[in-house]
Design a binder for this molecule. Structure first.
Ligand SMILES: Nc1nc2c(ncn2[C@@H]2O[C@H](COP(=O)(O)OP(=O)(O)OP(=O)(O)O)[C@@H](O)[C@H]2O)c(=O)[nH]1
Ligand SMILES: [Mg+2]
Length: 557
């Protein structure tokens, strides 16, 4: 691999890291498979050993062919579907078998007998569920060159086997697609070549045709012609001196090898294939990759980019539309509406409360009531309802906000419309003690004023209102000597009352507004402050990985 390919391998490894994300809905199996594919390929590309895998439907003679090459009956062969694991054959000074179990334990056995137990399909044609890996070590010179052979279960029989084969093919530097000379290139074989190999960037493919020995002489010639056409129609990426088509009679070749009959072996076509393996092995030894690295890397890049883009899309969606965020949006809209309603009704209340307005509207009525000594009644029947009519909508907005934002505090505005002399003892903006206690129990802090007539009762008007006595509240000594005015200007007194009422009520409203603002402007917190940040960071990472992949593959040799 050159530097750029090595860089791409490292970026692809990073991309693979994104493929176990649980945040992406569905496609999990597909992602896991792609992840395994990338890791496997990258591992293989980092490793100088040349791996040759043989695949094809069951009973095509795959194991027989490999045994013929090895010159011994190492791999299990039979008339029924046999090979039940990916058996990796590599160099070892002595025969031994390593079986890796799903629980992680590695079992080592001398010889290759263990294969019969661990690498063969059971009667239901199932692979052993407790075995993940089977390796066989053989002292064969071809293997010593740095070649590894992989015997695979037959295809087109069971999904598990097909999946295993597909996955193992990715790890191979050279793939031998074994064909049956009697039924060349079935539809399934064509599809495997396209879907499992070429589309995944595996172009170092050699066709080996078996069973030609079972054909009549005339048929054999016809098949040979078709084979040549097939080989020429497909340009494989193979080292110079290696053809993409060999004809080998596997069983006769094995027999000849077992007998040590070199002449008979040569008749079977095995020697040509062996020579090809020699070339491949020698190239691997000098560190030249047999497999064309770039197409494989490009294919992986093409597979992984849409998956990363999908993740970006899903993360962006998750960012904008989770249920919580929608709730937050609704709350924010409600907050705006409540705020606008509150401001509108408050403005109405304040306009009504201006001294000018109050005097214009109520001077006459209050003056008459004062004169008739029915001020208390007038206040209850006129001013109080008018106040409540305008105050209630304001308070109602605050109550709504309090409920909506689950704010523990709700406030009201209390004004005591009293004319009793005692009222003057309350400062205008003070809460009545009993109200305060009751509200405390409810957890409510009312903003209240006692806008009674107390403060006007302290003047000469008070005397008049209370029945013309000379007793003046709170000013007993001085007031006793004070002259009682002969004529009272009720309109002027009404104006004084209304202007004080205006000032006090507006002051109360100011205080109330502060508390109301706090409730209405309850902070609506972002439901995912942390994950939003994490999402954004993840999106950035995904995006930069995609960009890097595209940049590197664009200029790949
Ligand atoms: N006549 C003849 N029989 C062969 C040839 N090659 C293999 N066989 C027989 O075909 C049968 C299947 O061979 P295997 O090598 O087990 O086939 P396989 O492709 O490995 O099969 P699975 O492991 O089941 O996928 C065996 O009985 C072999 O002896 C051949 O060239 N000629
Ligand atoms: Mg087999």
């Amino acid at each position: 691999m050159d530097t750029q390919q090595a860089q791409l391998v490292s970026t692809l490894r990073r991309a693979a890291g994104f493929l176990n994300s649980e945040q992406t809905d569905g496609q999990t199996d597909q992602q896991t498979a792609l992840r395994a594919e990338i890791i496997e390929t990258c591992d293989r590309l980092d490793n100088p050993i040349c791996r040759i895998a043989v695949f094809g439907p069951f009973n095509y003679g795959k194991s027989t062919l490999l045994n013929a090459l090895l010159g011994e009956k190492t791999l299990p062969m039979d008339l029924v579907p046999t090979t039940g694991a990916a058996i990796i054959v590599r160099y070892g000074s002595e025969h031994k078998t390593l079986i890796t179990h799903t629980n992680g334990t590695v079992q080592e056995e001398a010889g290759t007998q263990g294969l019969q137990e661990y690498a063969v399909l059971d009667e239901q044609r199932r692979m052993r569920a407790d075995v993940t890996n089977v390796e066989v070590y053989c002292p064969h010179p071809l293997l010593k060159l740095g070649i590894e052979l992989i015997d695979l279960p037959g295809t087109d029989d069971a999904l598990d086997q097909d999946n295993l084969v597909q996955q193992q093919l990715l790890s191979a530097d050279v793939v031998i697609q074994l064909l049956d000379g009697r039924k060349l290139m079935t539809l399934a074989e064509r599809e495997h070549l396209r879907d499992w190999l070429l589309d995944r960037g595996i172009e170092s493919v050699i066709f080996v045709v078996n069973f030609l020995n079972l054909l009549e002489q005339g048929d054999r010639q016809q098949v040979s012609l078709r084979l040549r056409f097939l080989a020429e129609s497909f340009r494989a990426s193979l080292p110079t001196g290696v053809s993409n088509l060999y004809q080998v009679d596997a069983l006769p070749a094995l027999r000849a090898r077992l007998k040590g009959d070199a002449a008979a072996a040569a008749q079977t076509g095995l020697s040509e294939l062996e020579s090809a393996f020699q070339i491949i092995g020698q190239q691997a030894q000098v560190g030249r990759p047999i497999k064309q690295v770039s197409p494989r890397l490009k294919a992986l890049t093409n597979s992984v980019i849409p998956t990363l883009e999908l993740q970006i899309e899903q993360l962006s969606k998750a960012e904008s539309y989770p249920a919580e965020r929608q709730k937050t949006e609704i709350k924010k809209k409600a907050q705006t509406l409540i705020q606008q309603g509150f401001e509108k009704d408050l403005a109405k209340l304040k306009t009504w409360l201006t001294t000018d307005n109050l005097q214009k509207c109520y001077r006459l009525g209050l003056a008459s009531a004062l004169k008739a000594e029915t001020a208390q009644q007038w206040l209850s029947e006129h001013l109080k309802p008018a106040w409540e009519l305008r105050k209630d909508p304001v308070v109602s907005w605050v109550h709504q906000a309090s409920e909506f934002f689950e704010h523990p505090c709700s406030a009201d505005m209390h004004i005591g419309f009293v004319v009793e002399a005692e009222a003057e003892q309350l400062s205008p903006s003070q809460t009545r003690p009993e109200e305060r206690g009751a509200d405390k129990e409810r957890g409510i802090g009312p903003v209240a004023i006692a806008t009674g007539l107390g403060w006007i009762l302290g003047g000469p008007l008070g005397a008049a209102v209370l029945g013309g006595t000379s007793h003046l509240v709170n000013e007993s000594n001085r007031s006793e000597q004070a002259p009682i005015p002969k004529a009272i200007d009720y309109a002027a007194q009404a104006d004084i009352y209304l202007s004080r009422f205006s000032a006090e009520a507006l002051a109360v409203i100011d205080a109330y507004e502060t508390e109301a603002d706090e409730i209405i402007q309850t902070k609506i917190s972002d439901p995912y402050p942390q994950s939003s940040v994490a999402h954004a960071a993840q999106i950035d990472l995904l995006q930069s990985t995609i960009t890097e992949l595209l940049t590197l593959t664009e200029t790949l040799p």
